[in-house]
Ligand binder design. Structure first.
Ligand code: T5A
Length: 212
């Protein structure tokens, strides 16, 4: 349960979609309104979560099953919610999180083809009724995103997946934006950074402008 006024914002997108820029834009938008949010990420955000993240991104665990991968992600999420997200919201602090459960629906449900029916019970178990108040999904064509990510760093275990994996993940993200219009916003992130920033700010204004 969040204290009155505190909001939970998540940022989603395929590799190289521009989440880092989006997080900076959100932080600036909130700072201009006197709000200093907790900015965190998944998998990660806690000591245990960061250790799980290292395992998940490491090529030496390339043969990990989709079930193991999904359960590790939710273990990290349980810790993150208990240690970081829920305490902050309860204390009235805004939380901005780089990826959350929509990523599990997209990457494990879609990419790994587990299907959403395997994710839903875990979401219910770990989160109860907690859902983000706003999710900004940065939509970018798969190849363009992978090219951006490759230009920045060596591919990790996920970034080394085939394009078909990311096409399935993208399809899930796009479908979820259509089925969860109360909180999910699809932002075209294929254009230049200035335009993407403007779209992010417009969405923040529409969602929270009346509050802050
Ligand atoms: N994962 C995560 C799951 O499988 N299931 C889950 O449930 C969760 C939570 C790590 C991995 O974990 C997986 C998905 C991920 O593979 P991550 O580190 O958050 O998660 O994911 P990454 O996608 O690896 O994060 P990135 O940092 O690569 O993506 P970003 O933040 O979207 O990319 P960013 O902002 O660094 O941009 C990449 C490059 O593109 C440029 C930037 O300057 C940068 O160089 N760029 C643009 N260039 C031109 N025009 C634009 N509009 C641009 N936007 C960005």
């Amino acid at each position: 349960m969040s204290a009155a006024g505190a909001r939970f914002i998540t940022v989603e997108g395929l590799e190289g979609a521009g989440k880092s820029t989006c997080l900076a834009t959100i932080r600036d938008w909130l700072a201009n309104r006197g709000i200093d949010p907790v900015v965190t990420r998944e998998p990660g955000g806690t000591k245990l979560g960061e250790a799980v993240r290292e395992v998940l991104l490491d090529h030496q665990y390339g043969g990990m099953t989709a079930d193991s991968e999904t359960l590790l992600i939710f273990a990290a999420r349980a810790e993150h919610l208990a240690e970081v997200v829920r305490p902050a919201l309860t204390a009235g602090q805004w939380v901005v999180c780089d990826r959350f459960t929509d990523a599990t629906y997209a990457y494990q449900g879609g990419g790994r083809e587990l299907g959403e029916e395997r994710i839903e019970p875990l979401e219910q178990w770990v989160q109860g009724r907690l859902r983000p108040d706003l999710t900004l999904y940065l939509d970018v064509p798969v190849r363009a995103g992978l090219e951006r990510a490759a230009a920045r760093s060596t591919p990790d275990r996920f970034e080394s997946e085939r394009e078909a994996f990311f096409e399935r993940a993208r399809a899930v993200y796009r479908r979820r934006c259509a089925t969860h219009p109360e909180r999910m916003r699809l932002i075209d992130a294929s254009t230049n950074l200035a335009q993407v920033q403007q779209r992010i700010e417009a969405n923040l204004e529409a969602a929270f402008g009346h509050l802050v």
